[in-house]
Design a binder for this molecule. Structure first.
Ligand SMILES: Cc1cc2nc3c(=O)[nH]c(=O)nc-3n(C[C@H](O)[C@H](O)[C@H](O)COP(=O)(O)OP(=O)(O)OC[C@H]3O[C@@H](n4cnc5c(N)ncnc54)[C@H](O)[C@@H]3O)c2cc1C
Length: 298
């Protein structure tokens, strides 16, 4: 099977996932696959299905909590599907799922197309960001997506138009139903003032450096903000800033960030998230909803 898979992209066995997620935690993948093209992805999936091997797609690993043990299946990365096309004349951009969102945002702005400035500091892929409807500063990616090209459960390529996508704060129909693999998306943008957009991005970059613990590995905000409140404020009100389990710590800079302070294991991060959730629930009666995704924890 391995030889067959190698016809369609790179294949590694028992590959470490530590360098492939922004917490820098996790064990290994039985198979780590990186198909060369959409057709090669389809061939890869057919082989995995024939051999009853489970799989999931990993983007930039910036919104997931992986397990310490080996994932007994295939982790598929779409890092070779990373093309970006910018069309100022049509006020649109096109990006493949493995393209990095900050690169798409900067390429658009450099062509004087406005809309994705909010995304310049979100370290995800286009695919992963559409799944979780990534956003910031009251904007979110699905507001700017005109259509998404996916692979459906029968391995057919399908285009889903904006009006057929359900989404709200940090979630989408792609997250609630995992039957699609996102391949690419089109974005509707507007011609604007490039210098204004660049200045806005720079101001926000400086603000993020001041307010977020970007010097440590993390996966951004752990919990969604509850309606009318902030998860960080609630966590801080429970005196949890600086609370540690093993090498994982609730950031002193931003309480809604858990950082890998000192060689944290996945279990450290997992247990700290649960501890913070339960403490906030007991003390404030607010049931925080986790934004990050636990992969393979059952
Ligand atoms: C420092 C820092 C700051 C952050 N700031 C923000 C912020 O301001 N706003 C925000 O919303 N988020 C933020 N995040 C979180 C994160 O960057 C986003 O959620 C990002 O969009 C996740 O994309 P990803 O490619 O890393 O997805 P991953 O974490 O790799 O995957 C997330 C989910 O999407 C699935 N997936 C990935 N690609 C595909 C695909 N092609 N098809 C189908 N499913 C797929 C995965 O299986 C998984 O279920 C931040 C993270 C960090 C580390």
């Amino acid at each position: 099977m391995i030889e067959e898979l190698m016809n369609y992209g790179s294949v590694e066995e028992h590959a470490s996932l530590k360098g492939l997620n922004t917490y820098r935690i996790g064990g290994t993948a039985r198979y780590l696959l990186s198909p060369n093209s959409i057709n090669d992805l389809i061939s890869t999936l057919k082989i995995l299905r024939e051999n009853n091997i489970k799989y999931f797609v990993l983007g930039n690993g910036s919104n997931v909590v992986l397990n310490d043990r080996e994932y007994d299946g295939a982790v598929i990365r779409l890092n070779k599907l990373n093309g970006i096309e910018i069309h100022p004349d049509m006020e649109m951009a096109y990006a493949e799922a493995g393209a990095m969102l900050p690169k798409l945002a900067m390429d658009s702005v450099n062509a004087s197309l406005m809309g994705l400035e909010f995304a310049a500091g979100i370290p995800g892929t286009v695919g992963g960001s559409i799944v979780g409807n990534a956003g910031a500063y009251n904007a979110c990616i699905l507001d700017y997506v005109s259509s998404v090209t996916v692979l459906d459960e029968n391995l057919n390529v399908k285009v889903i138009e904006h009006e057929d996508i359900e989404y709200s704060y940090r979630t989408s129909s792609f997250k609630t139903s995992t039957k699609y693999i996102i391949l690419a998306a089109k974005f509707f943008l507007k011609m604007g003032d490039k210098d204004n957009s660049l200045e806005m991005i720079e101001n926000r970059r400086v603000r993020r450096l001041e307010t977020q613990p970007l010097e440590y590995p993390s996966a951004g905000s752990v919990f969604r903000n509850p309606e009318g409140d902030f998860a960080g404020r609630l966590i801080e009100s429970c005196n949890l800033k600086g609370y540690k389990i093993g090498g994982a710590e609730v950031s002193n800079k931003h309480a809604n960030f858990i950082i890998n302070k000192d060689n944290a294991t996945s279990k450290d991060v997992y247990e700290l998230i649960r501890y913070v959730h339960d403490t906030v629930k007991n003390k404030t009666n607010v049931d925080l909803v986790i934004e990050q995704e636990f992969i393979d924890w059952e």
